[in-house]
Design a protein around this ligand. Structure first.
Ligand code: HEC
Length: 139
């Protein structure tokens, strides 16, 4: 084995090791990350409603882990999506931010120079949150 071949072999092994180190990390849980970053201040990280903002809210955030229980054992997926997106919720009495609008603004910032599809960005985040909420449900 000449020096070049040995160096190349070491380089490839290095890549393999670096690659496996990346793979060893658990994949990002997008729904949990979005929830912890955007929702936990009011709803708490466990979704039960005791977040640090509770004292300044007009309405107490509901326990998000009992959404299925309160709906005959079925997770109200469409309702969850609509509440998060904010559709029809602009009558001013809600304490819940309109996340569809938030994400639209974020999408525009994220894709600042390219022709982007804001709807894909917004829906991916809302669907990840809905899927995460479904996982938080108590039986
Ligand atoms: C500023 C505080 C606040 C933040 C931040 C917040 N919420 Fe809420 N949320 C509330 C309050 C208060 C209610 C109940 C009153 C209402 O509907 O406005 C609520 C209601 C809900 C409901 C309806 C639950 C039910 O049983 O009907 C869902 C679902 C929900 N929030 C999910 C989320 C998600 C997901 C996020 C993050 C993207 C989030 N919320 C961020 C305060 C908040």
């Amino acid at each position: 084995m000449n020096a070049n071949v040995a160096r190349n072999a070491l380089w490839v092994m290095g890549l393999a090791v670096a690659g496996s180190a990346v793979q060893a990390q658990p994949p990002t849980d997008l729904g949990k990350r979005e929830f912890d970053n955007n929702c936990a201040v009011c709803h708490a990280t466990d979704g039960k409603g005791g977040g640090p903002y509770v004292d300044v809210l007009k309405r107490t955030p509901p326990d998000l882990t009992t959404m299925s229980k309160r709906n005959g054992g079925i997770f109200p997926m469409a309702r969850a999506y609509e509440v998060i997106e904010g559709a029809g919720a602009s009558h001013g009495t809600r304490d819940m931010p309109i996340w569809g609008q938030e994400y639209n603004i974020k999408a525009a910032e994220y894709y600042v120079d390219v022709n982007y599809n804001a709807q894909a960005y917004v829906r991916t985040r809302i669907l990840a949150l809905v899927e995460y909420l479904n996982r938080l449900q108590v039986k």
